[in-house]
Design a protein around this ligand. Structure first.
Ligand code: AMP
Length: 346
């Protein structure tokens, strides 16, 4: 039923080239199911988790559409549409993106924007990302370059809208990623407000790892006759991953952890903790044991979080200690072990 190669999709040349550059040979299940309806301009409701190739599933058709629309415009027409370009007094007006991607966490937003850089190299589509916990001026100056695709976390997006640096009236495509996590974080009222501002859109996409009633309700409000896709979570439990449980008293965990990491030769490890405080303490403790470590959680600045993640990606630290909220959706290659220091919340 589905195309087994990317060239089977009606994607533009530069996008197919990007896919090839990334080394992807076959579309993942979510890509095979989502790309064709998205290319047709349909709304989509997808149950899928991070790790399924979901980002490319929505970014590739998005880039394709923006490229094709540009090709359809007469030369020079892109900048003369009403409300585009400069405001009445000649000052630069707010950024008026044509596509908006909402993500719950800063890391995920940054990661999506990086994927757009990768998949969109050679497409000439401008894009940027705004998220909380980082200084505004750098993000504000990137908004002045008139991004066509904006990726954002809800709170910072609302701040910039309030400051008249972003205007959503030209948004044609709205993508909500990890909607259930936005629900957990209390963002749904804000998401509704944002969707109401993007009222001229003609394509809406919603992805969620789970489909609680509130998200079903939101989907019914925001999506028109959506294509429904569910990628079963069972595919997330990769058989190659061995799982084991260690029973011990709470007070022994601290001494056991460094021992376990050393004895088993674990070299790229994520340790999940339930609290921010414990994440910091464990990273410091491992550091004292000469196991290079850092932590990411909600009490650290965005700079610290990004630095820790980057050091982990580049192998400069061996262990990343994280709370599950901060780490949701993180994509790092070649992780050798994941340790849940406590029984996880989810
Ligand atoms: P995502 O679910 O979007 O976070 O993607 C998870 C990982 O899968 C990322 O590292 C992607 O680079 C990778 N990926 C996405 N699509 C494909 C594909 N068709 N073939 C191989 N890897 C892919």
């Amino acid at each position: 039923m589905q195309s087994q190669t990317f060239s089977g999709f009606a994607l533009s040349g530069p996008i197919l080239a990007a896919v090839q550059r990334e080394g992807y040979t076959t579309p993942t299940d979510i890509q095979a199911s989502a790309i064709p309806p998205l290319l047709e301009g349909r709304d989509l409701l997808g149950t899928a988790q991070t790790g399924t190739g979901k980002t490319a599933a929505f970014v590739l058709p998005l880039l394709d559409r923006l490229m094709k629309e540009r090709a359809d415009l007469p030369a020079g027409a892109a900048d003369v549409r009403p409300d585009r370009g400069r405001s009445d007094r000649g000052r630069p007006g707010p950024a008026r993106p044509r596509a908006l991607i909402l993500a719950p966490t800063r890391e995920l937003a940054i990661q999506i924007d990086q994927s757009i850089s990768g998949y969109g190299a050679g497409c000439g589509i401008s894009h940027t990302v705004v998220f909380g916990g980082a200084p505004k001026p750098t993000q504000a100056s990137k908004l002045r370059s008139r991004p066509q695709i904006l990726t954002a976390t809800p709170g910072r997006l609302m701040d910039f809208i309030g400051e008249r640096l972003i205007d959503l009236s030209q948004v044609e495509i709205l993508i909500l990623d990890e909607a259930d996590r936005m629900l957990d974080m209390g963002f749904i009222p804000t998401v509704r407000q944002i969707a109401a501002m993007a009222d001229r859109r003609n394509q809406t996409v919603l992805f969620s790892a789970t489909m609680p009633r509130e998200i079903e309700g939101l989907a019914q409000e925001l999506l028109k006759n959506p294509q429904r896709i569910a990628i079963a979570p069972k595919e997330m439990t990769v058989e190659k991953i061995r799982q084991s449980v260690l029973y011990m008293d709470k007070e022994h965990k601290g001494t056991m952890l460094p021992q376990l990491i050393r004895d088993r030769g674990m070299f790229r490890v994520i340790v999940f903790t339930r609290t921010k405080h414990r994440a910091s303490r464990i990273a410091t403790m491992l550091g004292k044991e000469k196991i290079p470590s850092d932590s990411i959680h909600g009490d650290r600045s965005q700079n610290q979080r990004q630095r820790a993640l980057e050091s982990f990606r580049r192998g400069r630290i061996q262990v990343l200690v994280a709370t599950d909220v901060a780490a949701r959706g993180i994509d790092v290659d070649d992780v050798t072990h994941v340790i849940n220091f406590e029984i996880p919340n989810e």
